[in-house]
Design a protein around this ligand. Structure first.
Ligand SMILES: [Zn+2]
Length: 300
């Protein structure tokens, strides 16, 4: 049995100034997995810097030119993030990270990316803390490399995966599921293959009851690979989310996706997505639990 790949880079922790996005979480999640013995020293793979060709499979050339030149334009200005070389490079590296994790998952069955999930980035513009859509970049890379044609993106962030839905609107091979809080950013939503808008305050039970039939639709698509955006922001203590999931509910969510893939022989990659709990240690705990669920599932 092969060990699952874990992908991460210390360079994900770029300087974004004072910001609601807890950029240190990537390193903290990785550290926690190491400290708890879920991953061994030396097990982590660092992604290479992405090529232009890799990013261009999901993003428009003009937009990539703006990012390269750090130009403040209508395409870059909606990120709600500073526009610096370090930040663009860090998120580009994250797109390479999800791609590496996808490639590893196709070989080993499971891969964990301690990063990624930047689902609000469109082909041609930044949005909602997201410059580059790592999920889309990875999916397109797997298609181009001939590793997987039928793919599903399972997006369980509290916010709808609008960029991802838009990028794959005309691709029948990539199924996009988003289960999110209806009355939250983005507005309007971008129609994906399956959108489930949840009421404010949705609890564990109602959430899991909505997730089960949605996952049935994912399985019916027949994907070889699932890219899982495991946002931590459906958590009841999240400052940007209005759902009421507990730690246990979020773990049950993770297991439904990851174990569901494993039972069906579908390769699965976990990515982190959003997470803005009042206490950063709660966000870190939720993300680390997703990673642990994937690592445990791989060892069964
Ligand atoms: Zn979010």
């Amino acid at each position: 049995m092969t060990k699952p790949a874990v992908v991460w880079s210390p360079r994900y922790a770029c300087d974004i100034g004072a910001h609601v996005f807890p950029i240190t979480k990537y390193g903290l999640v990785h550290q926690r997995l190491l400290a708890e013995g879920w991953i061994a020293p030396g097990q982590t793979l660092e992604p290479p810097p992405p090529t232009r060709e890799l990013l261009a499979a999901a993003h428009d050339g003009g937009y990539l030119d703006d990012l390269d030149a750090l130009r403040w334009t209508p395409r870059t200005m909606r990120a709600e993030m500073p526009l610096t070389r370090e930040i663009v490079d860090a998120f580009a590296l994250g797109a390479s990270g999800t791609t590496l994790a996808a490639r590893e998952a196709m070989a080993r069955g499971v891969a964990v990316h301690v990063g990624g999930g930047l689902h609000h980035a469109y082909a041609g513009h930044a949005e909602g803390f997201c410059y580059l859509n790592d999920l889309a970049v990875a999916a397109r890379a797997m298609q181009r490399e001939g590793l997987a044609s039928r793919i599903a993106i399972v997006d369980l962030d509290v916010h709808q995966g609008n960029g991802t839905a838009s990028i794959f609107a005309d691709d029948p091979d990539v199924f996009t599921l988003s289960l999110h809080q209806e009355r939250n950013y983005p507005s309007p939503k971008e129609p994906g293959d399956l959108d489930v808008g949840l009421d404010d305050g949705t609890d564990d039970r109602s959430y899991l009851a909505a997730l089960a039939p949605a996952l049935e639709r994912v399985w019916a698509h027949g994907p070889r690979l699932v890219l899982y955006q495991a946002g931590a922001d459906p958590f009841e203590q999240d400052v940007l989310g209005g759902l009421s999931l507990t730690f246990a509910g979020l773990e049950a969510r993770d297991r439904a996706v990851i174990d569901g893939c494993r039972e069906r022989g579908i390769a699965v990659v976990t990515t982190l997505g959003g997470g803005y709990a009042r206490r950063i240690e709660d966000t870190v705990r939720i993300h680390a639990t997703t990673c642990r669920c994937a690592l445990e599932a791989a060892s069964r």
